[in-house]
Design a protein around this ligand. Structure first.
Ligand SMILES: Nc1ncnc2c1ncn2[C@@H]1O[C@H](COP(=O)(O)OP(=O)(O)O)[C@@H](O)[C@H]1O
Ligand SMILES: [Mg+2]
Length: 346
């Protein structure tokens, strides 16, 4: 176990937290205890129509339809009764307004009925914290790569200070949008990510695409437009373009990661968020970590994309350091940046 998790008070050791994730495509319910043992993790994702992105109101409707069923399922899996829960945690932001509000209403209601503390956590910070506790990473440079976010940061004076980020769309969103435009679609998944990986792995010929690194930040929208044009106008093979897009985008991210390593001389790199699952990205990051003698940690596959367990864990950390959230302060924050959150538990 991560030594930073060692608790001093008996009651801290016994905390059981139920977390509700609802920022975008996924409604997740996770239960974790204060030693970092995952007791249950249940989730259901809204599947957008073919060729389309997430419709926030449709996703929110999905979340309210599945909410109570998933909470009961999680309690059953954990072999717990609702009275065993010590706190209810929810994603307060950032995310899509209608989706966030659905999760917040469920969390407030549950906390009120059970008469337990309510805790609102930052979704992005929770991606980082679950990655840290599950991999044992202590003080890493953090690459957060997902459908909504692409950031490189590290903890400085109790804030996750962002060195660089995307100036437009995230890397996950770039690959998802490309996939939708060129017909890479998996009806079983809320996103095309895993199928895109397979298509890109079949590509052989690299086609030149715009490479856009600005200081420590990156830009993907010009790259996306150029890649779509190669397929639709120049009739280049989809697998070759997917391969070229992947190599270009991931080289940009690897470049800023390497620069962060060179400047900070830190010894650990942690990758979190749904896109951390991309195998080629893991390979490229492993190569620079080998060169610089760093330890690479990747959030375990199941907990890399959005889930309730990371929210439950974020809730424990926040509750232990700053107590509960008043219902009157529990309005959702769709634009809540991770670098505005004081990290009081470290
Ligand atoms: N196996 C995978 N390989 C590559 N990308 C993936 C994989 N699974 C999910 N993704 C990508 O991860 C992103 C979703 O990450 P997540 O953290 O759940 O998103 P959000 O930004 O909504 O918090 C999507 O862009 C998706 O395509
Ligand atoms: Mg996420």
């Amino acid at each position: 176990m991560n030594p930073s998790l060692k608790m001093t008070k008996k009651e801290d050791l016994d905390l059981i937290s139920l977390g509700i994730e609802s920022t975008a495509h996924t409604f997740g319910v996770g239960i974790i205890n204060s030693s970092g043992d995952v007791l249950a993790d249940c989730r259901s994702s809204y599947l957008p129509p073919i060729g389309q992105g997430i419709h926030p109101r449709e996703a929110a409707r999905h979340h309210s339809d599945v909410g109570s069923k998933l909470i009961n399922e999680a309690l059953d899996k954990a072999k717990l009764l609702s009275k065993d829960l010590d706190l209810i945690s929810f994603s307060q932001g950032p995310g899509m307004g209608p989706c966030l509000r659905t999760g917040a209403v469920i969390a407030r209601t549950l906390a009120k009925i059970l008469d337990v503390p309510l805790v609102g956590v930052n979704h992005v910070v929770s991606h980082i914290e679950i990655g840290k506790v599950l991999t044992g990473s202590q003080n890493p440079i953090i690459l957060l790569v997902s459908g909504g976010t692409t950031q490189i940061s590290s903890l400085t004076n109790n804030y996750y200070t962002i060195f660089g980020e995307t100036l437009d769309i995230s890397v996950g969103n770039c690959f998802d949008k490309f996939s939708r435009e060129v017909g890479i679609h998996d009806p079983e998944q809320p996103w095309p990510g895993p199928l895109f990986d397979k298509v890109a792995a079949q590509g052989k010929i690299y086609h030149q695409l715009p490479y856009s690194v600005k200081g420590m930040s990156v830009s993907f929208s010009g790259l996306l437009t150029a890649a779509i044009r190669l397929v639709k106008e120049d009739k280049i093979d989809v697998a070759d373009v997917a391969y070229s897009l992947q190599e270009t985008a991931l080289s940009m991210l690897t470049e800023i990661a390497e620069r962060a390593i060179a400047h900070t001389r830190m010894t650990e790199l942690l990758v979190v968020g749904g896109f951390a699952r991309n195998k080629r990205f893991q390979e490229m990051l492993q190569a620079i970590c080998d060169d610089w003698n760093l330890t690479l940690s990747v959030c375990p596959y199941q907990f890399a994309s959005d889930n309730g367990t990371m929210i439950a864990w974020g809730g424990i950390l926040k509750y232990q350091s700053s107590g509960e959230l008043k219902v009157s302060d529990s309005q959702v924050k769709p634009d809540w940046r991770s670098d505005k959150v004081k990290i009081e538990w470290i």
